[in-house]
Design a protein around this ligand. Structure first.
Ligand code: ARG
Length: 455
């Protein structure tokens, strides 16, 4: 390509080292679509002839068809996908192909292709996220009245419904959808026409080209246009947060599936056995999602580190953006894809959840509130209930079956109605504050999420 300036060819190892086609070939469609729009713009502006434009557009269309049908294989000897498409075009249509690269550079071309590619993949990921939130919300609805201990510090804390717990994840992932939309909004500005770094002397129409490629506008500084990779970082930050959410849910699924909890059972289709222990049923999918979270964080950190301290404008270091961001995209996509059916087919063991909720004094707060509502200051009530819990532990009973005279020994405010007041059903039903665990509140959350998903 640059034979004019050089006396000898690149060393073959250096050539391999320099080349990016083995991973950037994924962007062949975006590269071709971008080039078609570029040729159309050049012709509209009278920079190339109408007949050259027709040959270029037809030639590029043929290349796209042949790549998709498998008739044309990528030449791994080319430096990157941009060089490959241009060389193939020139092979097919001759001199007109050599005019395509007028008023652009690979620097703005690659910036364009990556934006277009990620825009598409972000939309695929959005679809998967919507599906997953739908599955979690359906599961929550099925379990909106199933009582389970809620935890803090992984210690049984207060009774909640399993539906309420699941809806927490729907809320997280709903925010992820909005974060993704936000990242795409800022990504959707076209850098093409920034050229190498300084713009061009040709009378181009960047806005026309951008509009034809579905962008909301153009980048307004040519140096920024070619050196900005914020959109990759924003996307990977969003992916990292998505993975963090999936990892937290994975961890709970792994715990809940254990014999110590036995709150849920994953379907056989999403678990594996052990090669030596015949009794085992392992939550490998959830463990892998948890594990792959580290990998996506790593992708983000890798690109942040690559970009740190890079002088303006384009530097070859930036070729490292693609492997990181592609890996993150593919990993998140795989994880979301496996998660939705794993949730759908998960069996909830409501009896075990209820049994666990009966132990552990998770109605102690409600007993303190009982006294407080009868006029005792909360701190005094808190202390009495603490003593009652200690008494129960001693007598190997729970608050629900401690006799009334044992209560009365601590306070005359205790009456027979306390037992109803501290039943698990009452504890849940009475948590009617907005966002609380009552069935009505969970139903409101479900309706809200379903409405948001329709948008
Ligand atoms: N393969 C390159 C990349 O991914 C394309 C841009 C190359 N530009 C250059 N001036 N060498 O970043």
């Amino acid at each position: 390509m640059w034979a004019g300036r050089f006396a000898k060819a690149l060393d073959s190892k250096a050539d391999d080292f320099n080349s990016s086609i083995r991973f950037d070939c994924k962007m062949y469609r975006q590269d071709i679509e971008g080039s078609i729009a570029h040729a159309n713009m050049l012709a509209k502006q009278g920079i190339i002839s109408a007949s050259d434009c027709v040959s270029i557009v037809e030639g590029l269309g043929g290349i796209l068809d042949d790549i998709e049908s498998g008739a044309l294989a990528f030449d791994m000897g080319c430096e990157d996908i941009h060089m490959f498409v241009e060389a193939e075009l020139t092979k097919r249509i001759g001199d007109a192909g050599k005019r395509l690269h007028t008023a652009r550079s690979r620097n703005d071309q690659v910036a364009l292709d990556v934006r277009m590619y990620l825009r598409q993949r972000a939309s695929d990921i959005r679809t998967l996220l919507v599906a997953l939130v739908g599955e979690i919300t359906d599961k929550a609805e099925e379990n909106k009245a199933v009582i389970v201990p809620g935890y803090t510090h992984l210690q049984r804390a207060q009774p909640i419904t399993f539906g309420h717990h699941l809806m927490a994840y729907s809320m997280m992932l709903l925010r992820d959808i909005s974060r993704l939309d936000d990242a795409v909004k800022r990504m959707n500005y076209s850098p093409i026409g920034s050229c190498a770094l300084a713009g061009t002397t040709y009378d181009t129409d960047r806005r026309y080209e951008a509009e034809n490629l579905g962008f909301d506008g153009i980048t307004l500084n040519s140096i920024d246009g070619v050196s900005d990779r914020d959109f990759c970082l924003e996307l990977m930050s969003t992916f990292s947060i998505i993975m963090m959410h999936l990892s937290r849910l994975s961890e709970e699924i792994i715990l809940w599936s254990s014999w110590e909890f036995k709150y849920i059972e994953l379907d056989d289709a999403y678990t594996t056995g052990s090669s030596i222990m015949p009794q085992k049923k392992n939550s490998d999918m959830a463990e892998l999602v948890r594990g792959k979270t580290g990998r996506v964080y790593g992708d983000l950190l890798a690109l942040l580190t690559t970009l740190k301290g890079l002088p303006l404008a384009y530097n070859k270091d930036m070729q490292e953006d693609k492997e990181a961001v592609f890996d993150a995209v593919e990993t998140v996509e795989m994880c979301l894809d496996i998660f939705a059916p794993m949730i759908r087919t998960m069996r909830v063991k409501a009896d075990n959840m209820y049994r666990a909720a009966q132990e552990g004094f998770i109605n102690a707060t409600d007993l303190a509130d009982y006294l407080t509502k009868k006029g005792m200051p909360f701190r005094s009530a808190y202390k009495i209930v603490g003593q009652l819990v200690a008494e129960c532990i001693d007598k190997k009973c729970v608050l629900d079956n401690l006799p009334l005279d044992a209560y009365k020994a601590h306070s005359e405010l205790f009456e027979d109605d306390l037992y109803n007041e501290i039943s698990l059903e009452t504890c849940v039903a009475k948590r009617i504050s907005e966002g609380g665990t009552s069935v009505a509140s969970v139903e409101m959350q479900i309706a809200y999420v379903r409405e948001e998903l329709k948008k």
